[in-house]
Design a protein around this ligand. Structure first.
Ligand code: ADP
Length: 602
């Protein structure tokens, strides 16, 4: 049998999948030909199979360097379900367990070993590995080697030791960060030689992107969940630990099963919450970015951002955690003027080199443009990763085109107000003056006598906020003092004041995105082929097995596989093996139980 056929047979028999996705097949072949390989695939694209299949195909051990203990554990549980001998070596093992893994390694019984970067750097492990036949090093989240990436880890930079110690073992570097500079860094730091690079499409068409202006965030979030994700599992990202706690409490008060996750929690609490997140149905985790790389759950239906992430890489990676199973999912974000000010301030206050700051500023500007854009959001997002698509038809801008209005006159009022008050104040104060506030501070300073006092009283505060965001983004106004957040004119302000350029703002939408998502979800939700009752029965069985086995339900079968069962309605082993996601091992373990439920239904 030729290699391609054998690979497909492995894919079906072990993992239950019919076809390779994206560049999986090319990546696997490159590795099997003994080449160093760089694979850039979006989150949820299927990176794990790119090393798991070669590991099963050849003799010897595949070592996976992975940054998170929780991720290793999940991967190993998943492999075991598929009948693959996978193990991990990390600090969570007892010394007996560790010795057992080492014994198995020496006997050549392990196919895949997960290990943290700091683990592999120890001389003891390097010696151990030199006693074993190695077939591949897979470096997961390989962008962590790069300072230009957004998740730099010092230990990763020492991984050059792998090539130095084992020059003939190919390295597969995997990441979801496509940025060219980061890629170059990865190749350099890992000492990749004559390597092949595969960059997959970053598009995740099943995720619907929506970005709204922040008004009352908890009300907006509640409305969003109630309307579209009432019984779903989701992640809500916030910037600070304090906000995570507050939002969790508010969600609990509203009756949701919500839990927190941030670096300030004790490690027991974090582990417990991570465990709940991976095993419970209908749970919402409110988290800082500390909740990240360990998330493997394929059926996260929404990722909500209540604060703006620092860069598009972070945003895309975080939103990519929704809908890994390929079913409809939402990425929903709120943003406002305070984000612009807060993030710019954080950036200016860091003690980084000017070169780094400039780079970070560029990233932040791009993030802000994404929020303000009135054209296809996905097109813009993907263009950042050098991928060019037509309008996507599945983001708020495509589904409900924005109407614009000419705000040049109001922009001139604002610039005059900044100037007349001496370029000494922040946004709220400037808006108060324009709206003719009787606030004591305004009166004491005599600003009620200025020509700009009260000239904008008919304009809503929210509109002034939106206008200021635009002015900041387009550099007609700048933040002069980051500590006091005071605003000042720039060299460009004159153009606008003289009317040489105009400024357009979006018209406020009434129910905006709410209508949109409904349109999409109602159109394509029939994934159980009208057999929702059977789906619920299969889901119940899955939960019972998961509880008994003490593993997350999706490890047994994911939702997509259950839906496929509802579609195919298998009555025999052969028919069950046709279901996507059912391999030999899982069929032996659970096939009969699921066949029984389907039989009863028929
Ligand atoms: P990544 O690490 O790239 O974020 P994973 O390796 O976790 O993604 O894969 C995401 C999901 O897609 C998993 O549930 C995995 O089993 C599934 N998957 C991967 N490859 C395929 C394939 N060829 N066909 C069907 N499902 C796949």
């Amino acid at each position: 049998m030729d290699r391609q056929k054998q690979l497909k047979k492995l894919l079906k028999e072990v993992f239950g999948y019919k076809d390779f996705r994206l560049e999986q097949s090319n990546i696997i072949n490159s590795v099997l030909d003994g080449n160093d390989t760089m694979a850039i695939m979006p989150t949820g694209g299927g990176k794990s199979l790119c090393y798991q299949i070669p590991a099963l195909f050849g003799d010897g051990l595949c070592v996976v360097i992975s940054p998170l203990i929780s991720l290793m554990k999940d991967q190993v549980i998943n492999l075991k379900q598929n009948g693959v001998e996978g193990h991990f070596l990390n600090s969570s093992l007892s010394s007996d367990e560790r010795r057992e893994v080492e014994r198995k390694l020496r006997r050549g019984e392990v196919k895949i070993l997960y290990i943290a970067p700091e683990g592999i750097l120890s001389q003891y492990i390097l010696n151990l590995l030199s006693e074993v036949k190695l077939n591949l090093f897979a470096i997961d989240e390989a962008h962590c080697v790069s300072q230009w990436g957004h998740e730099f880890r010092k230990d990763y930079t020492k991984l050059s030791i792998l090539k130095d110690t084992f020059p003939s073992v190919p390295i597969l570097a995997l990441t979801a960060t496509a940025d060219k500079r980061t890629r170059e860094d990865m190749a350099h730091q890992l000492r990749l030689k004559n390597f092949n690079t595969y960059i997959c499409s970053f598009d995740r068409p099943n995720i619907q992107y929506t970005i709204c202006e922040r008004e009352n965030e908890i009300e907006q979030l509640d409305e969003f969940i109630q309307k579209f994700h009432k019984n779903d599992t989701g992640i809500v990202y916030c910037l600070s630990r304090k906000k995570v706690e507050t939002i969790t409490e508010k969600l609990k008060d509203l009756g949701y099963h919500a839990i927190s996750y941030h670096a300030g929690l004790s490690s027991e609490e974090r582990n417990r919450n991570q465990e709940i997140f991976s095993s419970a149905d209908q749970v919402i985790v409110v988290a800082t970015i500390a909740f990240g790389m360990g998330i493997d759950r394929p059926d996260v239906r929404f990722v909500a951002h209540l604060d703006l992430p620092k860069s598009l890489e972070s945003y895309y990676q975080e939103t990519g955690r929704a809908g890994r199973d390929g079913k409809e999912a939402s990425a929903w974000m709120l943003y406002g003027l305070s984000d612009v000010v807060k993030l710019s301030r954080m950036l200016e206050m860091t003690e980084a080199s000017e070169e780094y700051k400039q780079y970070a500023r560029f990233k932040l500007d791009f993030m802000l443009s994404l929020c303000e854009t009135t054209s296809c959001r996905r097109k813009m997002l993907l263009s950042y990763f050098d991928e060019h698509i037509d309008d996507c038809g599945n983001c708020d801008c495509c589904l409900e085109p924005q109407e614009m209005w000419d705000a040049t006159k109001e922009a001139q009022m604002m610039l005059s107000c900044v100037y007349r008050t001496g370029q000494l104040y922040g946004s709220s104060y400037l808006i108060e003056v324009l709206r003719g506030s009787k606030n004591a501070k305004v009166l004491d300073r005599g600003h009620d006598t200025l020509s700009v006092y009260g000239i904008g009283k008919d304009v809503d505060k929210k509109v002034w906020d939106a206008l200021l965001r635009q002015l900041l983004m387009t550099n007609y106004i700048a933040i002069k003092n980051f500590e006091y957040r005071t605003l000042a004119l720039t060299s460009r302000s004159k153009e606008l004041l003289r009317g040489e350029v105009s400024l357009k703002l979006r018209k406020k939408k009434e129910e905006g995105q709410v209508k949109i998502i409904q349109k999409i979800l109602s159109g394509s939700a029939h994934t159980s082929h009208g057999r929702e009752d059977l789906f619920e029965k299969l889901r119940g069985l899955r939960m019972d097995i998961a509880k008994e086995m003490k593993v997350p339900p999706y490890v047994i079968f994911n939702d997509k596989t259950l839906h496929d069962m509802c579609n195919i309605m298998p009555r025999s082993k052969d028919e069950m093996l046709m279901v996507n996601g059912v391999g030999q091992s899982k069929h032996e373990k659970y096939g009969d139980q699921f066949l029984k439920v389907i039989g009863e239904y028929i």
